[in-house]
Design a protein around this ligand. Structure first.
Ligand code: ATP
Length: 276
């Protein structure tokens, strides 16, 4: 997608600290309206911190964040919500004592405060996730993990976001449930909502997005086209570790066993690619 003068999100060179610890160093990224983009990186790379800075839960010490044309760096989260940002946090953060329906209502109320619209959207969410209709009055803390994640997605959508931030949707869920949730997010994206997706299942994230940023040690290490990355297991392994590469395909004929010197050469090459 070519760069437009009017992106939904423009993060320009932000630094974020936790006390004396610098978690982000000059991170820049942008999302065009309606884009779905992955934010990848190994544990501790700074993905969650980036999402928290965008949604106003953390304040960058320097740099700019522009959301839908508005300066947003340092704005509190309740103001950022009103700019059209919904954050689906890692760990869902539902109110466990509150019912499904109360959680949904809250998702709308923090951003919009329109009773009629709140009712309409609640019905839409129940259509999108019929399981939530069946569980409407049940305390959310008693739902299964998959149902809780459905509720978290639905609650985020209740604010009718222009930009949805998704952190580790797949956490602790069965693969089939994860697929269903990804399909729902993709559908929401097709209807016009831009999505910035943090996901440990790298292949899944690349499959559903058009572009990806890779963070390492709090910096953007690379940016690329998701399809191209998906087709380059070597690149994925170099930037995201060998665990992120798909399992090797079975070989037709046995190969010559690798020599110790070949193994040394390949591990030296990996070291060069990841070193900064
Ligand atoms: P993961 O995939 O493990 O969730 P991540 O890429 O989301 O990792 P962050 O959670 O953003 O990474 O963390 C980035 C860095 O900031 C890490 O070095 C982490 O230890 C540090 N960090 C995160 N939260 C805090 C905190 N509350 N106090 C101090 N340091 C923190």
């Amino acid at each position: 997608m070519p760069e437009s003068p009017d992106p939904i999100l423009d993060v320009d060179s932000i630094d974020v600290f936790y006390g004396p610890i610098q978690a982000l160093r000059g991170v820049s990224l942008r999302l065009e309206r309606g884009e779905m983009v992955a934010l990848l990186g190994v544990n501790g790379a700074g993905k969650t911190t980036t999402l928290r800075a965008i949604s106003g839960l953390l304040s960058p010490s320097s740099g700019r964040i522009v959301i839908d044309g508005n300066e947003a760096a340092g704005l509190p989260a309740n103001r950022v919500v009103r700019l059209g940002v919904a954050h689906l946090p890692e760990g869902r953060e539902l109110f466990p004592e509150m019912s499904v329906i109360e959680n949904l209502h809250l998702g709308h109320w923090v951003a919009r405060q329109d009773k009629a619209r709140q009712k309409e959207l609640t019905d839409q969410m129940m259509d999108l996730f019929p399981r939530l209709r069946e569980r409407a009055t049940q305390a959310s803390g008693t739902l299964s993990g998959g149902e809780q994640q459905m509720l978290a997605v639905a609650r985020a959508l209740m604010s009718e976001p222009k930009l949805l931030l998704v952190d580790e949707l797949s956490l602790g869920l069965a693969p089939i449930v994860v697929r269903q949730l990804f399909e729902t997010i993709k559908e929401v994206n097709r209807l016009g909502t831009a999505v910035l997706l943090v996901e440990q299942f790298v292949h899944l994230a690349l499959e559903y997005t058009s572009r990806a940023y890779v963070l390492a040690r709090g910096e953007v290490e690379m940016e690329g086209n998701s399809k191209e990355l998906l087709a380059s297991p070597d690149l994925i392994a170099a930037y995201l570790g060998s665990e992120a590469a798909p399992p090797p395909k079975p070989r037709r004929a046995p190969r010559k066993p690798a020599t110790a010197s070949a193994a040394r050469r390949s591990s030296a090459a990996r070291g060069r690619k990841t070193a900064r």
